[in-house]
Every structure is written in structure tokens, then in C-alpha cells.
Write a protein that binds this ligand. Structure first.
Ligand code: ZN
Length: 500
């Protein structure tokens, strides 16, 4: 029994040892069977990258129970760093029959806002917010490219600024496809700076005979913002006294801008002056018992040539005609001298620019009125004589408005404004400093007895030789029985004929 007991005990001890060794082995085997190699992704399993930032794979490490398996790592996946999105890269390692994979997530994102740029001034002024024309803008995104068409513009209500001015804020917003946005503002001051426009009813230039009745037809004024506004009228016409009367029409809008227009009413005697008229065709006038020379000077007054001419005319007691352009205030004394010395001032135009003055009948008339009124304001002199830049037969006007010359001529006739061309050309328009002999010859060779000879000359600064030629033309004319006269409204209207 004791032996049994002892052997049983021995057996038990042995068995336990065997069992525990087996357990360890089994555990180790299981561990070996079940375990896998490990992978560590360098730089973390998730990264975020700004689009266009180059992506560099930082790799991974692999091991198995301390055994370095780095050289067994393989990789799969592709990151397009120029395109937003979520990419994955996979790392694999194999050891015996064991395989492990690890994943890295790469987010390529766009967090850069678009660049929104306003064209023009960020502070602008308009008369009427309804006519606000946006100077424009551009929106460029680093990822989406040009997204200008996605810009939204909103206008605020009119708000009163610190100085009492009316302000509208334009807000520009744009978002790129990733939702990054940009915003800009433009401040629009709304201010009415335009005076009402006054339309004189009936003609702005009226000639009536002494003793006739003058009927005041009034005027209408329209403001760009306020619409129709009242007109006040100042001035009277004494129809029994010859002279030129000025009727002034004024209108004020709510902002205080004042518009002004003037009507000239000329009261003249029953009979016109006694100077014979030329014919209307090519300046060929029938003999009317006199031979006349009208010296006419265009494009002045100039500081250089005009005073010399006035001196020569004065020395020779000859009166001439100056078809002037707009002038600076320092030349007003020259105009006053012309008037005092008996010359005629006539209108060539406020502007000489064909593209402006011939674009419409209205544009042409305003170009005349503007200068007529300026001359009147500066000197009290009223002129109703004009010369077309380029002459009445010009065809350049066709480029800007076909038929405009025909309309203008009719309008001038309706308004009692006389236009005068020329029938002798001195040729001084052909260049500057042309030999005075040549100008003289051109002039005297063009003269014809028994008519009104209207000589075209110029007194702009460049025409330095014209005064010398004039001096000799006067000598010639006087020696050959011509009479020198200034133009007036009732005579000497050489017309070239209308071609447009
Ligand atoms: Zn001219």
C-alpha cells in the first residue's frame, strides 16, 4: 500500500510536470500559430495635406518577435496631391504563411480661400443707384481657377453716412468648391450732381421785327433724379427797341443743382443793311454794282497771330470777321478789341472736333449755342453767324451721322442763324508758315470783280505768315477798287452746297 501510495504520488508529480511543460509548449505553439508580424506606419495612420503640397511616403516598419522584416514590406496605393480627396496607402508584410496589412489615410484638402479682387475704385459715386454699373471684379481660386462667375453681389439699402451722404454698400462674396469663401465691399455714394436739363420751347434764337409781338413760350425742365421740375423765367423783350434780349430760364433740383438755358431774342429794324448778298451756288455771285472783300479768319483767337492781324486791320481801317473757337478767359480782351474796332465775331464752334460736333443735329447746335452764350456772357455781343468746321459741303460728317448737314442747315434757317462758307481760299490751311507770297497770290488770284469775295484765312497760333499776306491783300484790294467789309447776318452768305 505504501509502495502504491508512493508510486501514485510519484506518478502524479511526473504527470504534473509533463502537463505543465505541454501547456507551455501548446501555448507557445498557439502563440506562434496565431500571432502575426506587426507593422508600424511612420508618421501616423492618418495625415492631412494641403492640395498641391507634394506628398512623400514616409514608409513603415515591420517586425515579428524582434525579427526585422522591413525588407519584406510592400506598399500599394497612390496619392494625387494635386487633387482633393481621401487616399489610402496600404503596407503589406509576409512571413511564413502569415500576412499583415496596415493602412494609412491621406486627406488632400483645400483650405485656401479664393482671392476676390474689385476692379475700379472701392469707393465710387453714382447719381442714381438704379443706374449703378459695377466696375467689375475677379475671383481666382488656387484650386478651382477662375470662379468670377460665382461671385454674388448684393446691394444694401441706402444708408445715411456721417456727413449726411447717402451710401449703398455693395457686398461681393464667393466660395470655392471646398467652401472656402472671400468677401469684399464697395461703398457707393449716391449723389445727384446733374442739374435739371432745360428745354426751351420754341427756338432758342428768335429774330422778330421791331413792333412785332414777342410771345414767351417758356421752357420745360427735367431732372435725372427728380423728373419734371419748375422753371423760372427772367428777362423781358422790348419789341419797340432794336437790340438783342436775353431770356434766362433756371431750374433747380432737390439737391440744389441749378440748370440754366438762355433764349436770345433779337428785335431788328424793318429793313436789313445795304450790303449785297452773294449767290447760293459755289459763291458765284452776280455783279451787283460792287466789288467786296470779306476777310474771314477761322480757328482763333490766338495770342500770337490775332493781335498782329488786329493791328494791321486797324492801321488800314479795314473790318474783318473772326470765326472763333472756344477760348480761355485771358483772351476775352482780344474779343473786346474785335468788337470795339468794328469787326464781326462769328462762331466756328465751341469744339472743332468733327466726331463730337457732327454726331447729331443737337450736338452741333449745342456746340454753337455754347459758344454764342459764352461770347455773350463775356462781352455782351450777340452773334448769329457761323461757319461749319470743314465747310458746309464737308462729307466727313457722314462718317458720324448721315444726313446731319441737311438737318442742321434747316435748323439754322429756322432759328435765324446764318452760315457762311468762302469763295476764295488763301491756302493757309494747307500747312504752317506757308510763304506769305503764296497766300497772297492764292487770295488775289481768287478775287472777282462785281461780287462779294469771301476769303478763307486762319488766325490760329501756327499761321504766322497770314498777317503778312493780309497786309498785301489789303493793299491790292484797295488799289483795285474793292471795298473791305465785315460780315453781317443779312449779307454775303457764300454757300458751298450740302453733300450730306
Ligand atoms: Zn476750322
Amino acid at each position: 500500500m505504501t509502495k502504491n501510495n508512493t508510486s501514485k504520488f510519484a506518478f502524479n508529480k511526473k504527470t504534473a510536470a509533463v502537463l505543465s511543460v505541454s501547456a507551455v509548449i501548446i501555448t507557445l505553439v498557439l502563440l506562434f500559430v496565431l500571432s502575426k508580424p506587426g507593422i508600424v506606419v511612420n508618421g501616423g495612420e492618418s495625415v492631412t495635406l494641403e492640395v498641391f503640397e507634394p506628398y512623400t511616403d514616409e514608409g513603415a516598419r515591420a517586425s515579428y518577435f524582434g525579427i526585422n522584416l522591413n525588407d519584406r514590406l510592400t506598399r500599394d496605393g497612390h496619392v494625387d496631391s494635386e487633387k482633393t480627396g481621401t487616399y489610402t496607402e496600404k503596407y503589406y508584410v509576409r512571413f511564413l504563411w502569415k500576412k499583415t496589412e496596415a493602412t494609412k489615410t491621406i486627406k488632400v484638402v483645400d483650405t485656401v480661400s479664393p482671392v476676390l479682387t474689385l476692379k475700379g475704385d472701392p469707393e465710387i459715386e453714382v447719381e442714381d443707384i438704379n443706374n449703378f454699373k459695377d466696375p467689375g471684379y475677379t475671383a481666382k481660386d488656387n484650386y478651382d481657377g477662375d470662379i468670377t462667375d460665382k461671385v454674388k453681389v448684393t446691394l444694401s439699402e441706402i444708408m445715411v453716412g456721417e456727413d449726411g451722404e447717402n451710401i449703398v454698400t455693395a457686398t461681393y462674396t464667393v466660395s470655392d468648391s471646398a467652401g472656402n469663401s472671400a468677401r469684399q465691399h464697395r461703398f457707393i455714394r449716391v449723389a445727384d450732381r446733374t442739374p435739371p436739363e432745360i428745354k426751351i420751347l420754341g427756338s432758342a434764337h428768335i429774330t422778330i421785327k421791331k413792333g412785332d409781338k414777342y410771345e414767351e413760350k417758356g421752357a420745360e425742365a427735367t431732372d435725372n433724379i427728380d423728373g419734371r421740375v419748375d422753371v423760372s423765367i427772367e428777362g423781358t423783350v422790348d419789341t419797340l427797341t432794336e437790340g438783342t434780349y436775353k431770356i434766362t430760364y433756371t431750374a433747380e433740383d432737390k439737391t440744389g443743382n441749378k440748370g440754366k438755358a438762355v433764349r436770345f431774342v433779337r428785335v431788328r429794324g424793318a429793313t436789313a443793311g445795304g450790303i449785297p448778298a452773294t449767290s447760293d451756288t459755289e459763291g458765284e455771285a452776280p455783279a451787283q454794282g460792287g466789288s467786296y472783300i470779306y476777310l474771314t479768319f477761322d480757328d482763333g483767337p490766338s495770342n500770337n497771330v490775332t493781335p498782329r492781324l488786329l493791328d494791321i486791320l486797324k492801321e488800314n481801317d479795314v473790318k474783318a470777321t473772326f470765326f472763333i473757337l472756344n477760348y480761355s478767359q485771358e483772351k476775352v480782351p482780344l474779343l473786346k478789341r474785335m468788337i470795339n474796332e468794328g469787326h464781326t465775331i462769328a462762331v466756328h464752334g465751341y469744339s472743332h472736333k468733327y466726331s463730337e460736333i457732327y454726331k447729331s443735329e443737337g450736338a452741333f447746335m449745342n456746340n454753337v449755342y455754347k459758344l454764342q452764350e459764352k461770347i455773350y456772357d463775356d462781352t455782351g455781343y450777340v452773334t448769329n453767324i457761323i461757319r461749319f468746321p470743314g465747310g458746309s459741303s464737308n462729307t466727313i460728317s457722314k462718317t458720324y451721322c448721315p444726313g446731319v448737314m441737311t438737318k442742321i442747315v434747316k435748323r439754322l434757317d429756322d432759328e435765324g442763324i446764318v452760315y457762311v462758307d468762302w469763295n476764295v481760299d488763301s491756302g493757309d490751311a494747307n500747312g504752317s508758315g506757308i510763304n506769305a507770297d503764296k497766300l497772297y497770290n492764292n487770295s488775289v488770284n481768287g478775287l472777282k470783280k462785281g461780287r462779294s469775295n469771301i476769303i478763307l484765312m486762319h488766325d490760329s497760333d501756327a499761321k504766322t505768315t497770314t498777317p503778312d499776306a493780309v497786309k498785301r491783300v489789303i493793299e491790292y484790294g484797295k488799289k483795285n477798287g474793292y471795298t473791305f467789309l465785315p460780315l453781317n447776318e443779312s449779307c454775303a452768305t457764300a454757300h458751298h452746297g450740302i453733300n450730306n
